[in-house]
Design a protein around this ligand. Structure first.
Ligand SMILES: Nc1ncnc2c1ncn2[C@@H]1O[C@H](COP(=O)(O)OP(=O)(O)OP(=O)(O)O)[C@@H](O)[C@H]1O
Ligand SMILES: [Mg+2]
Length: 431
């Protein structure tokens, strides 16, 4: 893989001399690759002093950036030592900062930077990005960043990408990555649908609106009976006392299609019943619900602390706290339903009702934050907890759609980058 950069990669490389430079667009479209090369060039030729490199977590730095940097300039020249939060490239110190929450702002409040690199700007806190800009106050200091599109009301879009004189940006599509083979593009296109397709494949900043599972129909997603007997069930629990409480039993058989099916549900709405149930009653109900089924894992609503204790007291085994990344979980569950891997048995009437009525929160969308409206979501939360945590999030690590995509890609043997001859050309200069 000794490729030339694409036209847009080259153009953006040469033009990126604004105070803030943002590579935006589709997944795997070559944004990180070219912007890192630009950052390396800046380290070589830019102002002296310390630089910052911000990713969502230190882990994402290691997984996405460090690996690429090492492949680009060689392990020795990256000057990173295991566990250290610094790199040393061309004699410049680069401070590695994980910005997964607002507290990261304090990490950059003090120092002044001569430049910075931010991977996936849209998912770091706004306060961190603004603080970074104020810390890059030195003359000639530049910020280089990549992002996938998000809501059109996102702060990055409104305040930086739309008509800000300090910002230059380039919109990347899959075709702008010269290394992406046609079948990889086709594969990626199949991985995303609806809102996610528009954002991550078409590179558009579109709003999450209307129905979350807009493609759901009974013909497409509902089956009359479980497809097979299985020795492996997983269970999701969304706990509620004033709100409804839902359990779902999900069958799993990796040797047939569909692989997952919601076989049965338990749904108790205290408002309809006009009485609340205690943890003891719910625990009785859950044990009865699971009776006779071989259970691989039970994923519990992370907020259901007292219920979890009650189950532990009874010796209920294989309990796990669910990962509650709402958007990533929805994206994942949508993919399974969309491609037919997940089906719902006809008897699960509450699951079906909720799939039909689950909508994006229109008010929240206007503030640039995508979230579903928190009504009629109990059985769906239970399914999301079970599936997402079972397959991706048991260790509580946060994964984005891109991370999942990348892991799938890597599992299929998709290769990493090697140093292209073009970039070894010492005549290459930024104009
Ligand atoms: N010109 C190129 N030559 C060689 N490899 C490339 C080139 N451009 C991109 N790649 C490789 O293609 C893959 C995807 O590129 P990259 O990670 O830059 O995409 P991205 O736009 O940052 O994607 P995401 O939005 O998912 O982070 C990487 O493995 C990268 O090394
Ligand atoms: Mg990237």
């Amino acid at each position: 893989m000794d490729g030339e950069p694409s036209e847009l990669q080259l153009k953006s490389f040469k033009e990126s001399n604004a105070k803030i430079n943002i590579w935006e667009g589709a997944v795997r479209s070559g944004k990180t690759y070219i912007s890192l090369w630009r950052f390396i060039t800046e380290l070589k030729e830019g102002p002296p002093g310390d630089y910052a490199l911000i990713t969502r977590t230190y882990d994402t730095f290691k997984r996405n950036i460090l690996k690429m940097l090492e492949e680009m300039i060689g392990i020795r020249d990256v000057g990173w030592r295991s566990g250290h939060r610094e790199c040393h490239v061309f004699g410049k110190t680069i401070h590695i900062i994980g910005a997964d929450d607002e507290r990261a702002e304090s990490k950059i409040r003090g120092p002044t930077f001569s430049g910075a690199y931010v991977d996936e700007v849209s998912i770091i806190p706004e306060s961190v990005f603004r603080m970074l800009i104020s810390r890059c106050a030195m003359r000639g200091a530049k910020i280089f960043g990549t992002t996938n599109p998000d809501s059109p009301y996102h702060w990055l879009k409104k305040d930086f990408l739309d008509g800000n004189p300090d910002v230059k940006s380039w919109q990347f599509k899959l075709d702008d990555n010269p290394e992406l083979a046609e079948d990889d593009k086709e594969y990626l296109k199949r991985q995303y649908n609806g809102l996610w397709y528009q954002r991550f494949i078409e590179g558009k900043w579109v709003q999450a609106e209307g129905s979350v599972y807009e493609f759901f129909t009974e013909e497409r997603c509902v089956i009359n009976a479980p497809p097979s007997y299985t020795s492996s069930y997983i269970v999701g629990v969304d706990y509620g006392t004033t709100n409804p409480c839902a359990f779902v039993l999900i069958g799993h058989d990796s040797n047939r299609f569909p692989n997952f099916w919601v076989e049965s549900e338990y749904y108790f709405d205290s408002r309809i019943a006009q009485r609340q149930k205690t943890d003891t009653e719910y625990a009785d109900d859950l044990q009865k619900f699971l009776e006779g089924h071989p259970i691989e894992a039970i994923y519990l609503d992370p907020s259901a602390v007292s219920f979890r204790m009650e189950l532990q007291k009874r010796g209920v085994a294989k309990l796990y706290e669910a990962n509650n990344e709402v958007l990533d979980g929805i994206h994942f569950m949508r993919n399974l339903l969309w491609n037919g891997t997940l089906k719902v048995c006809r008897g699960c009437t509450n699951v079906i009702k909720e799939l039909q009525s689950y909508v994006w929160d229109a008010k929240s969308a206007l503030t640039g934050i995508d979230k579903p409206k928190k009504v009629n979501d109990h059985a769906l939360d239970a399914i999301r907890y079970a599936l997402y945590t079972h397959l991706f999030g048991k260790d509580g690590q946060r994964l984005t759609a891109q991370d999942i995509d990348r892991m799938e890609m890597e599992a299929r043997g998709g290769g990493g980058p090697t140093l292209p001859r073009f970039f070894q050309d010492s005549d290459l200069r930024v104009h």
